[in-house]
Design a protein around this ligand. Structure first.
Ligand code: PSV
Ligand code: MN
Length: 430
């Protein structure tokens, strides 16, 4: 029997109260789309088949360098995180997989962890390694680098950790490893910019060599932080260079917050797809830097433009198109369950809007250099309110039409505050 942390009756009762209004909105949008030659039901089916993974670490309150403000009832270990991820999926129905991070999510028995997730109807997505932080008892420090460290023993330790992550991943049904390193420098001259990349590539090749045949390795670039002068895999250029050098099953992962302000991320997406190297995403939003804000909360238009490229790529897969979609956010002032439900809805909404783009009209306008018509074609899709499609997809799959209301009325967090250990103060995510 499936483990449902929220009472299905609560969802059913709430949906019954919202069903008539949803039918009305869905029918109205359906008529509008029909005039454009689009079947709303076929779009809704695509929405039903779409999903994004949630990060285990996003289930807890994040923190900034300055403080963390814990939430009563927030999870303190992977078991409690899974339970919260189950709530997110039960209500929203678009997040059936969890992306774990090691050693934060280490347990004794991974077969049991997999079964625990399955009882919630969840699976595991890409495993993330952590060589950006020292752990108690660790032999070598990562203070001045991990895979690119000048110290051979440190590089070896980082390689071994990544291989250990792959081994855990195999036990929990994952097929991808995401490698993000905090390696870089804080001072000009601190390291040789060329040789540090050589060291990284040499160590990353050892991880790649340990990759099972059906696995992908995804390299996540980031311009700055924790290194503030240079990062070893700083941008999509370095990431692509490294992925091409490492091999066929090494691809690039785009975290939306890891670029300089105003960078045209949708163009990066198109370029990486063209090179056959688009491995996956970490969705979030930002205003200033790697803010890790909720997806779509600051710049929903950019998210839509990214999905416009993804739908284009889906229609023209070339050598293949199978990116891993994941959320990567830090929820500092909201309940993470609410933030991830809201984010997953924002991301799915951009996907659905991108499906509504009249591609023939767009391509024709592009080819004939009709700038305004091309722009208006995209804009028409962006301005369409697709919430009835998303709500209908949720309703049909057992989720909640009004997930926020159901979640709050379930008093889930209040109950967890009684059951769970309190999280300590201090900064940072776990
Ligand atoms: C680094 O900023 C990052 O985006 C990487 O994906 C990490 O694994 C994650 O955040 C959690 O710190
Ligand atoms: Mn990330």
């Amino acid at each position: 029997m499936q483990n449902t942390p929220i009472s299905p009756d609560l969802i059913e009762d709430s949906n019954a109260a919202n069903a008539a209004a949803l039918e009305d909105d869905y029918a109205s949008l359906g008529r509008r789309l029909e005039r454009l030659g689009i079947s709303i039901d076929s779009v809704k089916e695509k929405a039903r088949g779409w999903s994004v993974a949630v990060p285990s670490w996003g289930a807890g309150r994040g923190g900034t360098r300055f403080a963390k403000f814990p939430l009563a009832g927030e999870p303190t270990n992977i078991h409690e995180k899974l339970e919260d991820c189950a709530v997110i999926h039960q209500l929203g129905r678009t997040t059936p997989r969890v992306s774990p991070h090691f050693p934060w999510d280490c347990v004794e028995d991974y077969a049991a962890l997999r079964e625990e997730a399955e009882r919630y109807g969840l699976g595991f997505d890409a495993v993330n390694s952590n060589t950006f932080q020292d752990q108690p008892g660790q032999a070598q420090t990562y203070a001045t680098g991990s895979l690119s460290s000048t110290v051979e023993a440190t590089r070896q330790q980082a390689v071994e950790h990544n291989i250990a992550c792959i081994e855990i991943g195999q036990k929990i049904g994952s097929e991808r490893l995401t490698v993000w390193v905090g390696d870089g420098t804080n001072f000009p001259g601190q390291q040789d910019l060329g040789r540090s990349l050589d060291r990284y590539l040499d160590a990353a090749a050892q991880v790649y060599a340990a990759l099972p045949d059906d696995w992908l390795m995804m390299l996540e670039h980031k311009m700055f932080e924790p290194a503030f002068y240079s990062s070893v895999i700083s941008d999509w250029g370095s990431s692509l260079m490294a992925a091409q050098e490492l091999g066929e099953r090494c691809k690039c992962l785009v975290d939306l917050g890891h670029h300089a302000p105003n960078v045209n991320i949708e163009q990066i997406v198109a370029r990486l797809h063209r090179a056959g190297k688009l491995g996956g995403f970490h969705f979030n939003d930002s205003k200033y830097g790697d803010d890790d804000l909720d997806s779509g909360s600051i710049d929903p238009h950019q998210l839509f433009l990214v999905f416009n490229e993804l739908v284009e790529a889906e229609l023209n897969p070339g050598g293949g198109f199978d990116p891993a979609y994941m959320i990567d956010q830090s929820h500092n002032v909201t309940d993470p369950i609410e933030s991830m439900l809201s984010s997953a809805e924002a991301i799915a909404g951009c996907y659905v809007r991108a499906l509504l783009v009249d591609r023939d009209a767009l391509h024709h306008a592009q080819d004939s250099n009709d700038v305004m018509l091309a722009f208006r074609t995209l804009r028409a899709a962006f301005e369409t309110d697709v919430s009835p499609i998303l709500a209908k997809a949720r309703e049909e799959t057992g989720g909640a039409i009004d997930w926020l209301k159901v979640y709050r009325s379930s008093k889930y967090r209040e109950r967890k505050a009684q059951e769970r250990n309190a999280v300590g103060l201090g900064a940072g995510i776990v």
